[in-house]
Ligand binder design. Structure first.
Ligand SMILES: Nc1nc2c(c(=O)[nH]1)N[C@H]1C(S)=C(S)[C@@H](COP(=O)(O)OP(=O)(O)OC[C@H]3O[C@@H](n4cnc5c(=O)[nH]c(N)nc54)[C@H](O)[C@@H]3O)O[C@H]1N2
Ligand SMILES: Nc1nc2c(c(=O)[nH]1)N[C@H]1C(S)=C(S)[C@@H](COP(=O)(O)OP(=O)(O)OC[C@H]3O[C@@H](n4cnc5c(=O)[nH]c(N)nc54)[C@H](O)[C@@H]3O)O[C@H]1N2
Ligand code: SF4
Ligand SMILES: [Mo]
Length: 726
């Protein structure tokens, strides 16, 4: 049997591990191991990466477009599918106007070349303000905090993991998630090396996680209360004169005033962390030669998500650790940062129809998509385009959204699966298998702990009749523009290239200044739109690379450690880092009110599981079963106190579920944890249906969002838990 080896970046999470694949002569994946020669991941791999072949070969994956009539689906060819999409969209626009169109893009959009490049053009082509995405159920608070503090919402500082002496991890579990907004393959190995070189790691989490087990210290915190804890640390730094600011800042005195009410003693009962511990956490941070505070999902998808992200970076600034080696720094991607606006960040340029919620980065909160579909009247959503998303399982009030989607006039989904969301589509357009796509991770290059670039060509060719994800999105965008189903798909990337190169030649002092855009275009390399755009952005980028140069580095190219990027990145009106942005100063009132509320009997939080990826990997046998089950983690004291046995009924303002219990003393008393992405059913995914679980997002409705960012609240949801007869 002839075997061959292929190398590729794993696109399944933010760790971007290099994979070494062995394929047989029928192009079946025989084995997957970590690529030892990748300078960034050095052979690391997790169970998901190791299963990429099985995931790709899942027999329930769609291989041809599908059209639904009533409850019955039929396979069609691409021409018929695109014609149906054009007809569906045109009919809604003709009858209700463009505001009746909407877009939801999901998480994997950021892990395909076409998804990330064409997301903006697709939204613009639809010509509607009803744009929603996974960002507002995830990291929007980070963008808002970055936008308000440095003027650049895309600037996300990451811990300088390989050089720091002290790492404070809040609401992240990278030993399981493999890191998020901090691309660091083999996060656990990097943690071990940090400790080996004499460094210290502290984890703050309502659960004693795998990450906490790898740390020096774990501190339980009451869900949702992190900003109060962070404020008390800020208060301590001021109180004990421990601040050491190394960059130009504004708003220092205002910040001191804002922190004044949050003494360690005042916040201790609310946070569940003793005041002396809070003081010590602050002192340790200030005393360490270098230190980094890193916070993720546990603090983002919470009632005060933006306050938390702001105060994390405030602590990094006040201790002199912002933008310096060993502290937190900004990556320098190999591609030109063409997505960034030269203008300072603003939000709230328009507001949602039903709830009047402000846009952020051109999006409305995913938490209000259901309102906009349900509520009749001018501007009601009648048609939805989804790309790589499953909002029925991943956004608040899932069951209600499920019902609302059934009432749409038209829906089209770009997704390899008929899932709990896409089953409502009239047309599903399936992209090819992952291994049939080329890959370059534009997103990850902005948040990696070491500068690095890797381009992977497709491992397998497209089969006759298959369409690339690039072509699908190009055609969809052209249809949305009104150019029809027959338009030449390359028109879209050519338009984008002309615009990009045209702007580039006007920037003074670059090798391209004054050049002829047409000549530059003729010199580009690439087989399709995304590759040509990548080549252009690499050539315009800070390292002067090109697609050809990356092709020569099969295992990826190390571009060196992170380096300071301030003041260059600063885009605030005063040219300094803003420590007390007005919208966040105002939002502290909400936090002070919350501290006075009577405590809820039980608080619900989420958790990630090593062999899951949100909602879409439960149809691969080796990724489900065993410990990967949808269970409610609960402290044994609560089990006894509430008289529970085996199963329980959990209720919130928006729903009620019956769940299997997993008693464990790794969770704080008074807190329960249920993973998301479960609650499968109503689709042809047989393995997932056999491991259905429940949809935690039936409990997270009720309309609460983090005010400055519109982000959904999944952690710290008040619930009651009651016995359920077996
Ligand atoms: N309660 C609760 N809810 C949560 C969270 C939580 O912690 N708790 N986490 C939130 C977070 S952080 C996120 S990111 C969201 C995720 O929310 P979503 O992105 O809406 O959901 P996913 O489950 O990631 O769905 C991804 C979809 O993309 C499809 N897909 C996979 N690969 C490709 C591809 O190459 N091309 C295309 N076109 N499609 C592809 C999959 O089949 C799947 O249908 O969930 C959020 N929801
Ligand atoms: N295996 C696996 N890996 C994944 C994913 C997956 O589904 N499975 N999803 C990917 C995605 S889309 C993302 S965004 C990342 C997320 O990456 P992480 O942020 O690392 O995600 P989690 O593992 O959910 O970790 C969140 C932690 O916050 C804790 N927490 C909950 N509420 C609070 C709170 O109020 N305060 C504090 N301090 N902590 C709290 C939880 O107990 C949990 O340990 O993971 C990515 N990687
Ligand atoms: S850690 Fe993430 S990138 Fe690495 S193999 Fe696993 S899923 Fe893929
Ligand atoms: Mo996410």
């Amino acid at each position: 049997m002839g075997l061959r080896t292929a190398y590729r970046t794993c696109p399944l999470c933010e760790a971007v591990c290099g994979l070494k694949l062995t394929l047989d002569d029928k192009d079946r994946v025989i084995s997957v191991t970590g690529d030892q020669d990748d300078p960034f991941s050095r052979g690391f791999i997790c169970p998901k990466g190791a299963s990429i072949g099985r995931l790709d070969e899942d027999p329930d994956r769609l291989t041809a477009p599908m059209i639904r009539t009533g409850d019955s689906w039929r396979t069609v060819d691409w021409d018929e599918a695109f014609a149906a999409v054009a007809q569906g969209i045109e009919a809604v626009v003709a009858e209700h106007g463009r505001e009746a169109l909407s877009l939801y893009y999901g998480n994997p959009t950021f892990h395909t070349m076409a998804g990330i490049l064409y997301r903006g053009p697709l939204a613009a082509a639809l010509g509607t303000r009803n744009v929603f995405g996974a960002s507002t159920v995830d990291q929007m608070p980070k963008h808002v905090a970055g936008g308000l503090m440095v003027g650049d919402p895309w600037a996300v500082a990451v811990p300088d993991l390989d050089r720091t002496d002290h790492l404070l991890i809040i609401g992240a579990n990278p030993a399981v998630s493999n890191g998020s907004l901090c691309a660091a393959p083999d996060f656990p190995g990097r943690m071990a090396r940090l400790r080996d070189r004499g460094g210290r790691i502290v984890v703050i989490d309502p659960r004693r996680t795998r990450t906490a087990e790898l740390a020096d210290e774990h501190v339980f915190v009451r869900p949702g209360s992190d900003p109060a804890l962070l404020f008390a640390m800020v208060w301590t730094l001021f109180d004990e004169s421990l601040t050491e600011i190394r960059i130009p800042v504004a708003g220092l005195e205002r910040l001191r005033d804002l922190a004044a009410p949050f003494t360690p003693e005042a916040v201790a009962p609310y946070c569940g962390v003793p005041a002396p511990v809070i003081r010590r956490l602050a002192r340790e941070l200030a005393a360490a030669p270098t230190a980094a505070v890193y916070a993720r999902i546990g603090t983002c998808t919470a009632e005060f998500g933006t306050l938390a992200q702001w105060l994390v970076d405030v602590l990094n600034v006040l201790t002199g650790n912002f933008d310096r080696p060993g502290g937190v720094m900004y990556a320098r991607p190999a591609t030109a940062e063409v997505h960034k606006s030269p203008e300072p960040y603003v939000s709230g340029r328009w507001h949602s129809r039903v709830r009047g919620l402000p846009e952020t980065l051109g999006e409305f909160p995913a938490a209000t998509m259901v309102d906009e579909i349900e509520r009749s009247g001018p501007g009601q959503i009648r048609a939805l385009v989804t790309v790589a998303g499953n909002p029925v399982l991943s956004t608040p009030d899932g069951a209600r959204l499920d019902r609302a989607l059934a009432g749409l006039d038209f829906m089209v989904a770009v997704d390899p699966y008929c899932n709990e969301t896409t089953r409502h589509a009239n047309v599903i357009l399936p992209p090819p298998r992952t291994l049939q796509m080329p890959h370059y991770d534009f997103l990850i290059s902005t948040i990696q702990v070491r500068n690095y670039a890797r381009y992977s060509p497709a491992v397998l060719p497209l089969e006759p009749g298959q369409r690339s994800e690039a072509e699908i999105l190009e055609r969809l965008t052209l249809i949305a523009m009104g150019a029809g189903a027959q338009a030449d798909p390359s028109a879209l990337p050519e338009q984008m290239l002309a615009q990009m190169l045209g702007a580039m030649v006007t920037i003074p002092g670059t090798p391209m200044t004054g050049a002829d855009p047409a000549e530059l275009r003729a010199g580009l390399d690439g087989a399709d739109g995304p590759e040509l755009l990548l080549d252009a952005m690499l050539r315009m980028g800070p390292y002067g690379l090109s697609l050809a140069a990356l092709r020569e580095h099969t295992h990826g190219l190390d571009l060196g450690p992170l380096e300071p990027r301030l003041p260059g990145l600063l885009k605030t009106p005063h040219g300094r880092l803003e420590l007390a942005p007005q919208p966040l100063a105002e939002d502290t009132v909400r936090l002070r009110d919350a501290m006075r509320r009577p405590p809820a009997p039980m608080l619900l939080i989420g958790r990630r599981q090593l062999r899951s990826n949100n909602s879409w990997m439960h149809n691969v046998p080796r990724l489900v079963g065993g410990s990967n089950r949808c269970t409610l983690q609960i402290h044994p004291d609560d089990v006894a106190r509430l008289g529970l046995n085996g199963r329980a009924r959990i209720s919130s303002v928006s729903g009620e579920l019956v769940v299997d219990l997993e008693p464990t003393d790794t969770i704080m008393p008074g807190v329960v944890s249920l993973p998301h992405g479960w609650g499968h059913g109503g689709t042809a995914q047989k393995i997932a249906a056999a491991h259905a679980g429940v949809n935690v997002n039936e409990l997270t409705g009720g309309g609460l969002v983090d005010v400055p960012s519109g982000n959904a609240v999944f952690n710290g949801v008040p619930v009651t838990v009651a016995p359920e007869p077996a």
